[in-house]
Design a protein around this ligand. Structure first.
Ligand SMILES: [Zn+2]
Length: 361
């Protein structure tokens, strides 16, 4: 649940701001694969895996307006300049020295840019984002090159039942009336908010999205309608998660998270489920907790607890927040990195939900 702090990005060196970039725990070099400067002032980048980027800002001088640039390893075959619009004078892709690619965004000379709060954020191994400026509406038209379509670095497990089929009998799950129930599954965090970071760079956002997708798939197969608050790595505020459930009159809301201990203590492991109020919320929490503990032998049962997390407090229906283990824990972390365990946990959560729905009728 603990939010990972974004890495703050720059040091001041006279007029030149150098950004410390969030390097993912990977090695080798990479090059720019695609980029887009969008009308809302967000620059999106797609790189090869393992990229190490360096970002810079320089105030205007006699020859140039304010400039922001990023260096990537690897060379371009065709250095080029793209004419800008609105506040952007031009965008250049160049080869400042051998073995380097430089993407330069130059602002019009009358634009005063303040880069102090800029953060270049690694969304995953291939994708980066930085908000450059709040462009007024219709002030700037998106400029982009390259294809982001396969940019989602998440594992694409299109058939989540490849393994489940062999190991889990769906038929053993409780049966509920088809198309009667509607469940909102909320994978915690997302996008630049990676949530907890655990052993070997294991990210809460990835683990919980994967588990949530499998839960969704299982419930669908059992005739339960499910909506996920997010299905990919986007930055979704808590408000919209709640309103998705409230506005669509969901029967229950289940937020899925993984934990982290302060100081990343490897000996802290365990699972817990929170509810905010009401016997239904408590019952749902108990049903889920009982099942997830079963598939996590040796990991402490931290129990069902009351918690006043925003998403379970503000939702109108029985709502729980499940912590499926500590990504920082030796036992939990190594398990949560494995597909098979994620599937078992997802199956356990789905079973808990189905038992609750069966009971509530
Ligand atoms: Zn979390």
């Amino acid at each position: 649940m603990r939010k990972n702090n974004f890495i703050k990005l720059f040091k001041l060196a006279s007029l030149l701001f150098v950004f410390n970039v969030f390097n993912l725990p990977v090695k080798s070099s990479s090059a720019l694969a695609a980029w887009a400067l969008k009308s809302d002032g967000v620059l999106e980048l797609k790189t090869k895996s393992d990229a190490k980027l360096k970002a810079y800002f320089q105030k205007a001088n006699k020859s140039y307006g304010d400039r922001f640039w990023i260096d990537f390893k690897g060379e371009l075959s065709n250095p080029r300049t793209i004419k800008g619009n609105g506040p952007i004078k031009e965008i250049r892709l160049g080869k400042p020295v051998q073995g380097l690619t430089r993407l330069v965004i130059e602002f019009e000379s009358n634009k005063k840019i303040n880069p102090h709060n800029w953060k270049l954020i690694g969304i995953d191994k291939n994708n980066w984002r930085i908000k450059l400026a709040a462009f007024p509406k219709n002030d700037f038209q998106t400029i982009s090159e390259g294809n982001f379509s396969s940019s989602n670095n998440l594992k694409k497990r299109s058939d989540y039942f490849v393994n489940l089929k062999n190991n889990i009998a769906l038929a053993n799950l409780p049966n509920v009336k088809k198309n009667k129930f509607y469940v909102v599954i909320d994978p915690g965090h997302g996008g630049p908010d990676s949530g907890a970071i655990g052993i070997g760079g294991l990210r809460e956002t990835d683990v919980v999205l994967d588990v949530s997708k499998i839960v969704t798939n299982i419930l669908n197969k059992k005739g339960v309608k499910v909506k996920m608050t997010r299905t990919n790595e986007i930055d979704l505020d808590l408000g919209p998660r709640v309103s998705m459930a409230n506005n669509t009159k969901a029967d229950i809301f289940v937020s899925i998270h993984a934990n982290a201990s302060v100081g990343k203590k490897r000996n802290i492991n365990g699972l817990e489920t929170f509810y905010y109020s009401g016997w239904k919320g408590r019952l749902l929490a108990e049903k889920i907790q009982k099942q997830i503990i079963k598939v996590s032998p040796g990991s402490p049962d931290r129990g069902v607890r009351r918690g006043s997390y925003f998403v379970i407090k503000q939702t109108n229906m029985p709502a729980v927040l499940v912590e499926i283990g500590f990504v920082t824990g030796k036992l939990d972390g190594s398990r949560l990195s494995k597909d098979m365990h994620r599937e078992r946990v997802a199956y356990a959560i789905a079973r808990g939900i189905l038992e609750y729905l069966e009971r509530i009728g």
